[in-house]
Design a protein around this ligand. Structure first.
Ligand SMILES: [Zn+2]
Ligand SMILES: [Zn+2]
Length: 745
């Protein structure tokens, strides 16, 4: 009875990687009921790894991986042979070599352990699952693998069966995209494994996606435009010879595309899906025939599916198990009408417009995408999702999507996604907690129903050691402060965004102070924790440089970017963040010099009697504060409690001059942070110290003044041109605390 129970429990728990590892603890030792078999003991083993003589390259690779990691754990190198008598064998076998689903089972038969998978990689994944579940091995990151040494390992009955939730798992972070061995250990299957002899890649080991935006490859404008302008889009009455879209209704364009796709499929047969995807622009053809197709099939996506279906029909007989891929992206994102993608067409739907922080059904910014996902999911036999999971404007920014990675992937699966591309910082290594994001996404693409909290606990404790619990506290902080009601995050949030409050930075750094304390005696773990803290320090230097310098945020950023090689910090200059670490550090140097060169401003004789500011209100059309003073009409003068502008949305074309006394309660450096829309000029003791003049949307500027204890005369000139208006002045004194500006008159 007990044995049967163990079997059932193991079979259930095996579905979840992490809980499976707990089986030994839960049941008082993995094999307390039947630990009759010993795989190794005191550096010796009677086992052999058995591979039949017909073994494929991927099976041989799986045997080498098993041998390597077992040796790490046990200290004994178990031989690989073609045959061995029953009883002490680790048998690698492939159920269906033509299989494409990577499913597997490992199980015991007497004292033998079978690792049995479907092609292309099931047997290899059976090995990895065994090493993870039974021997507690982990591949947390490219540099950090865990293979805990054991003196001995005994086992009773084992059985673990798994199949992937998502068939093509493309983890588009730098390491899994460029490091095939590591990528395979995470069961991502977009990149090929190099063959162990270094001569090539292991055939059949990847199910990738050939090409992207490939219509331009199939029908190159440079090759055809001079002789056949009619192949290309009609825009404003003229055929366009730049980077646009082909004219899809032209029958010769279809034939050229079919020939090109067929040639590529013959020459590069290892891929599963071949791109016939729109070029990366929105210049679709507006000729009469294309417009008529759009009318007939419910928009541009209908024209695209009509075209791609014909390509798919043309190659189906020769390539019955392959797919033609196309985009549902920007102008083709909505599903078409009166037409359905063929069985051998895959539609790659892109989530670029979405809020990453919320589920698709719980955020108004995602409802339109959810409708498109469900429409396509109903219509298309297969979807492939291009999903965005990091911040491309500034890779290192905190992204509070830990709770939505799973429901998003589940939604993709439930709408027939056969593949997912999770686009992260594929160019660099500067993304927030990138190792954990990479690992977690791999686990979730394999098993969309995995226990996320257990996975995060596993990673944080395994990768950060005693600091792990504080990393979880930091994730809770993100959840509490960043994902507060009404705050959303798409994949282009900027560092200046008000969602990143000083409170978030302060609380976050306090958590990291505890985390560093917990690993103070272990430099390796300490460095990992520092890397995890870098996003907060980066933000602190953006939001409050004076405080950042005081708390050595700049030094931590400098250490981390140099140690990790974070040279690139954003996807492109167009995204608006700081592009390179070099630019960032140069900026810190510039600010530090500005602070150092500030000269002491003597206090002035003054005897203010009450809190408040004097103001003069102007009206008129100005493009600068100078112009306001020169030609503005004074409409009101008086005093008010504190600096405040007319914030009624309909109010335009006005301005103010505010004046009052600022009391420096101690001698020291004071930072002024002003955000204004439109222009502002700050004067201190009659000297212009900060200029954000001119007509513009909200801009933030800083100045640093060394003030003698006592009163200083402050004058702030502000004008509003048109549209929105903002004026915020925040002061950070020598005590490091940021407050509102408080003036007296
Ligand atoms: Zn056309
Ligand atoms: Zn949202």
């Amino acid at each position: 009875m007990k044995k049967r129970l163990l079997e059932i429990v193991q079979s259930i728990l095996c579905k979840s990687l992490i809980i499976s590892c707990l089986v030994p603890t839960l049941l008082g030792g993995a094999n307390s009921c039947s630990p009759q078999n010993t795989l190794f003991e005191d550096g010796e083993s009677s086992y052999t790894i058995v591979l039949d003589s017909q073994a494929t390259e991927i099976e041989r690779y799986a045997a080498l991986e098993l041998q390597t990691w077992l040796e790490q754990v046990s200290g004994v190198r178990i031989p690989i042979t073609a045959e061995a008598p029953a009883g002490n064998r680790l048998i690698l076998e492939t159920e269906d070599r033509q299989g494409r689903d990577d499913s597997f089972v490992y199980f015991t038969e007497g004292a033998d352990i079978h690792f049995r998978g479907n092609g292309p990689r099931g047997t290899l994944y059976a090995v990895y699952a065994f090493l993870e579940n039974e021997l507690d091995c982990r591949w947390y990151s490219l540099k950090v693998s865990v293979a805990p040494h054991k003196d001995s390992w005994r086992f009773g009955k084992l059985r673990c069966q798994e199949a992937p939730g998502i068939r093509i798992r493309d983890n588009c972070y730098l390491d899994p995209r460029t490091q095939p061995v590591f990528s395979a250990r995470l069961r991502n299957n977009f990149v090929r494994i190099p063959s162990p002899d270094g001569t090539g890649t292991i055939p059949g080991s990847a199910e990738g996606y050939w090409g992207v935006h490939a219509l331009g490859t199939h029908v190159p404008v440079g090759k055809y435009f001079s002789t056949h302008p009619e192949y290309f889009c009609l825009r404003d009455g003229k055929r366009y010879g730049g980077y646009g879209q082909p004219c899809l209704s032209n029958p010769e364009v279809l034939q050229i595309t079919i020939e090109s796709v067929r040639k590529i499929m013959r020459e590069q047969p290892d891929f599963l899906i071949y791109s016939v995807e729109q070029n990366d622009n929105q210049l679709f053809c507006q000729c009469d025939a294309c417009e008529a197709l759009a009318e007939q099939y419910g928009g541009q996506s209908g024209v695209m599916i009509w075209f791609v279906n014909q390509v798919a029909d043309a190659v189906r007989d020769e390539f019955p198990d392959k797919f033609i891929g196309t985009f549902a992206y920007q102008y083709t994102r909505h599903a078409p009408k009166n037409i359905q993608p063929r069985e051998n067409v895959v539609v790659r739907l892109c989530s670029i417009e979405c809020c990453m922080w919320h589920g698709y059904d719980e955020c108004e910014q995602n409802l339109a995408f959810l409708k498109d996902l469900e429409d396509w999911g109903t219509l298309a036999p297969h979807l492939y999702i291009w999903d965005y999971v990091t911040d491309f404007a500034q890779y290192c920014l905190p992204v509070a999507n830990w709770k939505t990675l799973q429901p998003h992937i589940q939604d993709f699966r439930d709408n027939h996604a056969i593949g997912i591309l999770e686009e992260g910082d594929y160019q660099t290594v500067s993304c927030e907690l990138r190792e954990m994001r990479t690992w977690l996404l791999s686990k979730l693409m394999w098993n969309p129903d995995a226990d996320v909290d257990a996975l995060i606990r596993d990673f944080t404790d395994g990768y950060y050691g005693p600091a792990g619990r504080y990393i979880r506290d930091y994730l809770d902080l993100e959840e509490r402060i960043l994902r507060r009601p009404g705050v959303h995050g798409n994949c282009y949030v900027h560092p200046s965004d008000t969602m990143f409050t000083l409170e978030f930075i302060r609380e976050g750094r306090a958590i990291f102070a505890q985390a560093k304390e917990a690993v103070a005696d272990n430099q390796t773990l300490y460095d990992r924790v520092e890397t995890a803290e870098m996003p907060l320090c980066f933000l602190q230097m953006v939001k409050n440089p004076l405080q950042g310098f005081r708390e050595q945020a700049d030094e931590l950023v400098r250490r981390v970017v140099e140690r990790e090689g974070m040279n690139r910090l954003a996807e492109g200059v167009w995204a608006g963040g700081t592009m390179t670490a070099k630019d960032l550090l140069a900026d810190y140097d510039r600010i530090r010099k500005e602070i150092e060169k500030s000269e002491l401003m003597p206090a002035m004789a003054a005897n203010p009697t009450k809190k408040g500011v004097r103001f003069t209100r102007y009206e008129g059309n100005f493009m600068s504060t100078e112009e306001m003073l020169r030609k503005g009409k004074v409409v009101e003068q008086g005093t008010m409690e504190e600096i405040a502008i007319d914030t009624r949305p309909e109010a335009d074309h006005f301005g103010y001059v505010f004046e009052g006394w600022l009391e420096a309660t101690e001698e020291g450096l004071y930072q002024f942070r002003i955000t204004s829309d439109d222009g502002t000029v700050l004067l201190m003791d009659g000297k212009r110290v900060l200029e954000l003049d001119g007509s513009h949307s909200p801009e933030t500027g800083f100045c640093y003044l060394l003030l003698e204890k006592g009163f200083h005369h402050l004058e702030l000139r502000y004008f509003e041109d048109c549209e929105g208006q903002i004026l915020s002045v925040r002061l950070t004194g020598p005590d490091g605390k940021e407050t509102d500006l408080c003036l007296t008159i």
